[in-house]
Design a protein. Structure first.
Length: 95
């Protein structure tokens, strides 16, 4: 199991598929992997609490309204790495 720790994980810049984020040990980790780990964790927690098939879950991905196309594409790719029916995944912007 790989463990990463990120200090002051703020997005002061634009995100894209190529974005990497520096962990506290000085290793750059692809942002898409970080978001995939987070989505996978949420999915796994849900499966522990509720007996349901992944195909029966309707996922909605939320992103900040100020995020542009490249940032949304990053989130879509992260979800694609984890969620079974990612083609049907709506992305919703919020304020």
């Amino acid at each position: 199991m790989k463990i990463y720790f990120f200090c002051l994980f703020f997005f002061q810049r634009r995100l894209s598929i190529e974005t990497t984020i520096l962990d506290v040990k000085g290793k750059y980790v692809p942002a898409v992997d970080i978001f995939s780990y987070a989505i996978r964790y949420i999915r796994d927690c849900l499966h522990k609490e509720v007996e349901i098939q992944s195909e029966d879950i309707g996922w909605v991905l939320t992103v900040p309204v100020i995020w542009g196309g490249p940032s949304k594409q990053l989130m879509r790719k992260a979800a694609e790495n984890v969620i079974v029916n990612f083609q049907l995944l709506p992305i919703v912007s919020f304020y």
